[in-house]
Design a protein around this ligand. Structure first.
Ligand code: PMP
Length: 389
């Protein structure tokens, strides 16, 4: 059986068209965009063309709203710390949903150590942010609110327009981490009412090591990385030209193909969900309807996610058990705990994120392997033996 890669939320393979497009910037066009000679200008022009493509992709006001970074983690740090510190005279309070990615939560916790008040907004059992609690948490001291467009572990899409209305009625800034959602569902920063938006190249089938932060004109923000003043002084350091050019082309392709591709993936995802839920004591995590079209996430009682992942890998099927970014800890995912699962329930999770290489033919072997994996692990599980008594 050939490999079935179902971990697109952790890393997407670079699209061959993206690689062909950006390849010259690995060797032949090696200029530094800050150099004034022709080789430098060529690189600068390529970076600016990519900026236009990203701006079009999210329907931004213009291309100067886009700041390239070394990835989504860096863009999230810039948004959270940069906006909080720049607006410190207006207040020292920040607000985030409890299911944000660690690259939002950890900068928030650092702000907390430095005297900011931080409020984490709970979510319901499907992962939707509690809008009443959000509204109640916003005060005149709040300098930044951050809620992700969609969650990478449970696939739930947040009601961003409603959230934006609540935040803007109080005259505050909204940051949105759109890493999981971009390229899967349409994003329009102006219609959605977003002030800061994080994107990742690799989550668009672009090269790893590039990301971007959209900054609405007029939003006050400062740099968190000091140096030569590249990217309007907001992200110093020589640009990763290959990564940036690849990211622009990846966004351009995603924009053209997203509707068709998402419609192709939806029935495959739904079949996967139907088949896998036939397994005894299996449950869908996240919202049943308001979820990303490529995302199917489950939990199985009495077994444990790392073993599921390794067992599935023996069938040459790559899955995830929550976020790859925090898989270094054995703690259960903060997202699964936030939707109300007990520790032992949160441990038994499996996340399938399908992509351009996935076809309907994959459903049968994946469901079969999932069933065999769960049965095999349950036979060995002390928790399950306890249950059978
Ligand atoms: N936000 C979300 C929602 C993510 O899933 C990820 C990881 N893919 C990140 C931020 C951070 O991305 P990176 O590790 O590429 O910086």
């Amino acid at each position: 059986m050939s490999k079935i890669y179902l971990d697109h939320a952790s890393s997407m393979p670079m699209d061959a068209r993206v690689f062909e497009f950006a390849k010259p910037y690995l060797m032949a066009s090696h200029g530094n965009p800050s150099s004034l000679h022709s080789v430098g200008l060529q690189a600068k022009q390529a970076v600016e063309e990519s900026r236009s493509k990203i701006s079009e992709f999210i329907h931004a006001e213009n291309e100067s709203t886009i700041i390239f970074t070394g990835g989504a983690t860096e863009a999230n740090n810039l948004a959270v710390k940069g906006a909080a510190l720049r607006n410190i005279t207006a207040g020292k309070a920040v607000v985030a949903s409890v299911i944000e990615h660690m690259s939002v939560l950890n900068p928030m916790k650092e702000l907390q150590k430095n005297g900011f008040s931080v409020t984490f907004i709970p979510v319901d059992s499907t992962g939707i942010v509690d809008l009443k609690k959000l509204e109640g948490a916003l005060t005149k001291n709040t300098v930044l609110t951050t809620v992700m467009y969609a969650n990478n572990e449970i696939g739930t899409i947040e009601p961003i327009r409603e959230i934006s209305k609540i935040v803007h009625e109080k005259g505050l800034y909204l940051h949105v981490d759109a890493v999981a959602a971009a390229g899967r569902i349409p994003i329009d920063v102006q219609k959605d009412g977003i002030d800061l938006l994080t994107l990742s190249s690799n989550d668009l089938y672009g090269p790893q090591g590039a990301g971007a932060l959209y900054i609405k004109p007029g939003v006050k923000i400062q740099s968190v990385l000091l140096g030569g003043g590249q990217e309007r002084g907001l992200r110093s350091g020589t640009e990763n030209v290959f990564g940036i050019v690849g990211m622009g082309e990846a966004a351009h392709i995603a924009q053209k193909e997203m509707n068709r591709e998402s419609s192709r993936l939806l029935p495959i995802r739904d079949r996967l969900i139907t088949e896998i839920l036939k397994i005894d004591q299996s449950y869908l995590t996240g919202h049943p309807l308001q979820r990303l079209p490529h995302h199917a996430s489950f939990r199985f009682s009495y077994i444990e996610g790392e073993s599921i992942l390794l067992n599935m890998d023996m069938y040459d099927i790559q899955v995830s058990t929550g976020s790859a970014c925090s898989s270094k800890t054995l703690e259960p995912s903060h997202v699964l705990l936030a939707i109300g699962l007990k520790h032992e329930e949160a441990h038994g999770s499996m996340v399938l994120t399908i992509g351009r290489s996935t076809t309907m033919d994959d459903v049968e072997p994946v469901s079969k392997a999932s069933n065999e994996t769960v049965q095999r692990l349950r036979k060995m599980s002390p928790m399950s033996q306890e249950w059978r008594k």
